[in-house]
Write a protein that binds this ligand. Sequence first.
Ligand code: AMP
Length: 216
Amino acid sequence: MKRRIVLLGPPGSGKGTVAQLLEANFQLEHISTGHWFRREMAEGTVLGKQVEGYVDRGELVPDDLVLGLMENWLTPGNIEQGFLLDGFPRTRPQAEALETFCAAKDAPVDVVLYISCPEDLILERITGRRVCLGCGKNYHVRTLAPRSPGICDVCGLPLAQRADDTLPVVKNRLEFYEKITEPLVEYYRESGKLVSLNGALGSEAVYDEAAQVLAA
Ligand code: AMP
């Protein structure tokens, strides 16, 4: 079974929802750098204050901040046990650093699941998205509504729209994705680790395919 997994794809492609399903069914540690940053921002920590301007504008947080965080988290134990990275790496230096961290433990990334998605669907999904600030679970006002309106099914806390899920910021995030993150698709294709999944099919269908890839 594959245990060291990277999820790659534009914002709104369904990475977070698929990651939550994989985490629940494969007992993998799901790390979302975006969720991590939002929690730090909500708690007003030093890191939260350092990243909030970038996150709120829909820009990428500088590599040194992201890598400091990931280097601490990617302990030998976590690398050996397996991980599901959602939102990291997002730049070429981050991808190279991940390779270096893992090579030091002789435990390379097993597979990169690339979830593609057309832009009109991305916009529809992101503007309807609601998220729990407590546990980070994603919902959608129409397609993935919680049992009680506005309340997280898992932890009972209120749901909110992310400040960076508004249209002008989403456009910015998509621009950063296309210019800086999308070239990683080629980078991982060349390494032979890339598996492409069609995000337009919806998170359950993408999960089914991803689960087959992990089990193979
Ligand atoms: P996400 O929840 O993955 O959409 O991430 C939300 C925001 O967090 C992004 O728009 C970036 O501002 C920031 N972010 C998350 N992960 C990274 C990363 N690996 N590199 C740079 N910025 C990141």
